[in-house]
Design a protein around this ligand. Structure first.
Ligand code: HAM
Length: 420
């Protein structure tokens, strides 16, 4: 038997309504903040991620689904959205659009070859935003407040916003030098990847999945001690905006994020429920990326964004016992008695549906009781029974399933009845 690939999942009808509800709500929220949707391809050229996300990140080194197409081009199923959105921004010269900054959001599947765990998949669905073209602490704070607004609007309460500053390129340079000095004496005890990262990208040692629990990682220098004045001032302003906005946060000087493009503001939203038994508590991650556009041969614009996976949002909802108010309603189930009635109901259904009424009938020649059960299972608001008598009189009794009351209606007036 052929089975579903490891780390992927089918979203079955009983769950897909939750997904649709969440996605619709996210679309609505984006309107409040003036973000517009962008859709980019599922695969991109491999170089985009190697350069954008960073050659020495775990994502690029270990987790990408990379393949050659028939024209011998190296392509990769996108592991994240930022590099692709930035590529599109540059290619479409969005810096020239009249409305600046450019505020974009996306929602779609991403792919990473990771070890399957609760909340960790190989195909997962990221909803993310990117605001490109403004370097202003107020937009950083707005993005953070927006993330919390999103989670709160689904009813989630037990969350923690964790923030840090990674500083600008100069701060990072000094920090990297300090890390090299710190790790050099013990690097032999680290994994091969970390050994090769020491001189290319020592910050990545801090989030290596193999070595991150080592003592030397725990007591490594902290980026916050290497921020220059400009970076410190930017960070302080972001925090003071957050205070103005009443957004609670905790600072974690060890939060460096796993992708290379971050500068200044970095953040994650974590589940804050001590009883949660899963290993993964990060719901969302993001930050500012000041050098990324130039790195990808674009203009010297800067951006900030975040991404969250719908899978982890659903997990958090489940953890907090929150039922989404999906409110799926079905208008009418037609119960038929006899062949003639069934033939008639096919035409009637066609007419009702074309007039916007959600309606269905039995297809399995069930007895009346079975058909009624089917109406119940569908949560139909109304049922009608069509038999010889109804056909002869052109009148039917329409039964309100909630109250049990019936009314007699002319078949021709059924659409009108629903419209009212
Ligand atoms: P990231 O931290 O790699 O950042 O991923 C962001 C979010 O995607 C995570 O917090 C988690 O919700 C979800 N996620 C990541 N990997 C998995 C997985 N294997 N299974 C389920 N969910 C997962 C980024 O991707 C950046 N592009 C975010 C960003 C946007 N930064 C600036 N703009």
């Amino acid at each position: 038997m052929i089975r579903i690939p490891r780390g992927t999942q089918d979203i079955l009808p009983e769950d897909s309504s939750k997904w649709r509800y969440i996605e619709n709500k996210l679309d609505e929220l984006m309107k409040l903040y003036n973000y517009k949707e962008i859709r980019t391809p599922i695969f991109e050229s491999t170089d985009l991620f190697a350069r954008g996300v960073g050659d020495s990140t775990d994502v690029v080194q270990k987790e990408m689904y990379t393949f050659k197409d028939k024209g011998d081009r190296s392509l990769t199923l996108r592991p994240e959205g930022t590099a692709a959105v930035v590529r599109s921004y540059i290619e479409n010269k969005m810096q020239g659009y009249p409305n600046q900054p450019i505020k974009l959001y996306y929602n779609g599947p991403m792919f990473r070859y990771e070890r399957k765990q609760k909340g960790r998949f190989r195909q997962f669905n990221q909803f993310g935003i990117e605001a490109i073209g403004a370097e202003n602490p107020s937009i950083d704070a707005e993005v953070l407040a927006m993330v919390m607004h999103i989670y709160e609007s689904f009813g989630l309460k037990h969350l923690k916003l964790v923030i840090n500053s990674i500083g600008d390129a100069n701060s990072r340079k000094e920090y990297n030098e300090a890390l090299v000095k710190h790790f050099e004496p013990v690097i032999d005890t680290f994994c091969e990847d970390c050994q090769s990262r020491l001189h290319t990208n020592p910050m990545r040692i801090l989030d290596c999945k193999i070595d991150r629990d080592k003592e030397a990682v725990k007591n490594a220098p902290r980026i916050t001690d290497y921020l220059n004045e400009a970076s410190k001032a930017y960070y302080e302003e972001v925090k003071s905006y957050l205070t103005d906005l009443g957004v609670d946060y905790v600072e974690d000087p060890n939060l460096v994020r796993g992708l290379d493009y971050y500068t200044h503001t970095a953040f994650e939203v974590m589940m804050d429920n001590p009883n949660y038994d899963g290993a993964i508590t990060t719901l969302c991650g993001g930050g500012r990326y000041n050098g990324l556009l130039e790195l990808l041969d674009g203009p010297s614009q800067t951006g900030i964004g975040f991404a969250l996976s719908i899978e982890r949002l659903l997990l958090a909802l489940e953890e907090e016992g929150i039922e989404l108010d999906i409110g799926e309603e079905f208008d009418l189930f037609i119960v038929t008695m006899g062949d003639e009635a069934e033939r008639y109901s096919v035409k009637l259904l066609n007419h009702l549906r074309k007039n916007g009424i959600k309606a269905d009938k039995d297809y399995l020649k069930r007895k009346i009781k079975g058909q009624m059960k089917q109406a119940d299972r569908l949560n139909a608001k109304y049922t009608i029974v069509i038999g010889d008598q109804e056909l002869a009189n052109n009148e039917i009794d329409i039964k309100n399933m909630a109250t049990g009351e019936s009314e007699t209606v002319k078949v021709d007036e059924l659409v009108q009845y629903f419209k009212q």
